[in-house]
Write a protein of this length. Sequence first.
Length: 85
Amino acid sequence: MVTATADEPLKRGEDGLFRPQSGDPLPNNANARMMTGVLEGSNVNTVETMVGMIQTARQFEVQMRLLQTAESNDRSAGQLLSMQG
């Protein structure tokens, strides 16, 4: 097992595998250990993301309603101003 450093960062290849940017193999790291029974956690909080999406959708609906109201007011003002009499 190897450990990437700031001098030799990893980059993702077209095949989905990670390799050093230089292309040279990294030296073995004697301190690196594989832990059994440990799961890698996701960096996404699904509940927080869903709540954010709902808030964004509601905000969009409110803004669309505001634009529709402004357009309706503009039409009404135009009709009032174009009345002859």
